[in-house]
Design a protein around this ligand. Structure first.
Ligand code: GDD
Length: 373
């Protein structure tokens, strides 16, 4: 087994920071996506939380961020230690296979044999040292040739996550908790998710993938040969003066598809997917109901308040208020309410309907009110 230092010398973290988080509108916008907000209560953005969690693994110089050109300034402000060579800018979003695959292809050219771990920019994770211990095990199984996921024990039949069925221990020295995966199902329908929850041996996919870059790229190539060809062409030109021209020519034609479909589902069928169960607390804070739950510690009668200068008067009310305006907000006798106040848009709903915010966003886009998105 390679020693820890040898693995860390070959390891890079990648943060794909691209999702807008439309279920968190009007807080989350195209120009202020979810990862730029403080939703954990740490006093800094989720992106910065992610950086701080990953930096102790192999150092700040070994973290790459993939984000949209429009977010460059905001990302660099959040992450002053981010090195220029570690910023990958997209002219437009092409989803996670392109974002993570390009980072892997660039890093593999710079350092053949590199191990890459990709981590969402916008999750809330507790117990950071436990998180890193889990990732260290995943580096070992990645080095042994497995594409490795991190699993979270499900608490409800969510249809917003991938589901991982772990079968037996992998038996790789240095990764005692790692298991073989025989099935990965991305975002199943509700009856299937209910079945998986009842079965008790499925985990949620935490949206983290750790693998050797060459193994990841080979898998993308088996699923989507044209997409891989585009990624390799981009990577070849990346550190040369030809980068701009090749990006303009190749990037817009890359297929938009999530890595869960191109890599996780097929590699499980081929016996190449592993999972390390995460023992840290994890929340993807995907909608306002989960924010309310996170900040009230699960106590239904509490009112969670987010916003530095929030001025809230509450009488017998519960749920969550996010205040990004200077208005005074008063609530009387409303339970499980969600109020999100910004200078140009106000959302009022309940926790039970929080998932439907995305439909509002779609309707606004269609109705020509895209200026508030
Ligand atoms: N740079 C960049 N990043 C992107 C893009 N599209 C998505 N991402 C990033 O890729 C990660 C995954 O985002 P999605 O593809 O939108 O996935 P999801 O709906 O959140 O589902 C994934 O995460 C769940 C856990 O939160 C998983 O359970 C699920 O299986 C899946 O991996 C996030 O960090 C997101 O910012 C893009 O075009 N560009």
């Amino acid at each position: 087994m390679p020693n820890d230092n040898d693995l860390l010398d070959r390891y890079y973290s990648v943060i794909p920071a691209g999702g807008i988080g439309s279920r968190l509108w009007p807080l989350s916008r195209a120009d202020a996506p979810k990862f730029l907000h403080d939703l954990s209560g740490s006093g800094q953005s989720l992106l910065r939380d992610t950086w701080d969690r990953l930096a102790p693994l192999a150092g700040e110089q070994r973290i790459m961020v993939v984000t949209g050109r429009a977010h460059r300034a905001a990302v660099e402000k959040q992450l002053p230690a981010l090195q220029d060579a570690n910023v990958v800018l997209e002219s437009e979003p092409r989803e996670s296979t392109a974002a993570i695959g390009l980072a892997a292809a660039i890093l593999e050219r710079r350092q053949p044999g590199v191990i890459v771990g990709s981590f969402a920019a916008d999750h809330v994770i507790g117990e950071p040292e436990r998180f890193r211990q889990t990732v260290r095990q995943a580096m070992v199984t990645a080095d042994a040739g497995f594409i490795t996921t991190i699993g979270i024990m499900p608490t409800e039949p969510s249809i917003g996550f991938g589901y991982i069925h772990a079968v037996k221990p992998l038996g790789v020295e240095g990764a005692p908790d790692a298991c073989f995966v025989d099935t990965f199902v991305e975002k199943p329908d509700l009856p299937t998710a209910e079945k998986y929850l009842a079965a008790g041996n499925y985990m949620w996919n935490a949206g983290m993938f750790i693998s050797r870059a060459d193994v990841l790229l080979e898998q993308i190539g088996r699923s989507r040969p044209e997409l891989l060809a585009g990624l390799l062409e981009l990577a070849e030109a990346w550190d040369t003066p030809r980068r701009g021209a090749v990006v303009d020519q190749v990037w817009p034609d890359l297929e938009k598809i999530a890595i869960d479909y191109t890599v996780a589902e097929p590699s499980a069928l081929e016996g190449k997917l592993a999972v390390v169960p995460g023992t840290f607390s994890w929340d993807d804070v995907g909608d306002f109901a989960s924010i309310a739950k996170l900040h009230s510690g699960g106590r239904k009668s509490e009112l969670a308040i987010l916003g530095k200068n929030a001025r809230i008067l509450s009488d017998s009310s519960s749920g969550v208020v996010v205040s990004h305006s200077n208005r005074v907000i008063s609530l009387i006798g409303v339970e499980d309410i969600v109020v999100v106040d910004t200078p140009d848009a106000l959302l009022v709903t309940t926790s039970a309907h929080a998932q439907r915010v995305k439909a509002v966003v779609d309707a606004l886009r269609l109705s020509g009110s895209g200026d508030v998105l």
